[in-house]
Design a protein around this ligand. Sequence first.
Ligand SMILES: *[C@@H]1O[C@H](CO)[C@@H](O)[C@H](O)[C@H]1NC(C)=O
Length: 124
Amino acid sequence: MGTCSNQITLPLLLVISPSFAFAIKEATVNQIQEAFKRKELTSRDLVEFYLREINALNLLLCAALEVNSDALDQADRADKEREAAHGECAKGLHGIPVLLKGNIATRDQLNTTAGSYALLGSVW
Ligand SMILES: *[C@@H]1O[C@H](CO)[C@@H](O)[C@H](O)[C@H]1NC(C)=O
C-alpha cells in the first residue's frame, strides 16, 4: 500500500497544455484524483498551473499574500508517494494544492499574519 503522508496538502499553488487549463479550473477534487490515477495529471502539473495563474492574476487581484517556495518540492513528493503506492494515495487532498487564508498556521516558512504586520513572526 505504501505510505501516504497526510502532510502532502500543498499550501498554495499551478504545466498543463492550454487546452487542459480550462478543465483543471473547473475540475473537482475527485476528478483531479481520478486524473492522477489515470496518470493524465501530476501534482507538479497542478502546482505549476496555479503558480502561473497566481503570477498572471495576482497583480490585479492581490489575493495571494505569499506562495510556499516548497510547493513544487511537496508536489514532487506527493507524485512519488502516489507512484510508489500504485495510486492508493490518490484520494482526499493528497497532492492537491490549496490556498489558505492568512490566519491558518502551517508551521512552515509561510507567515501567519491574518493580513496584519502586527502578527508578523508570530508562531501558532
Ligand atoms: C514572511 O514575511 C517576511 C517579512 O515581510 C518576508 O520577508 C518573507 O518573504 C515572508 N515569507 C514568505 C514565505 O513569503
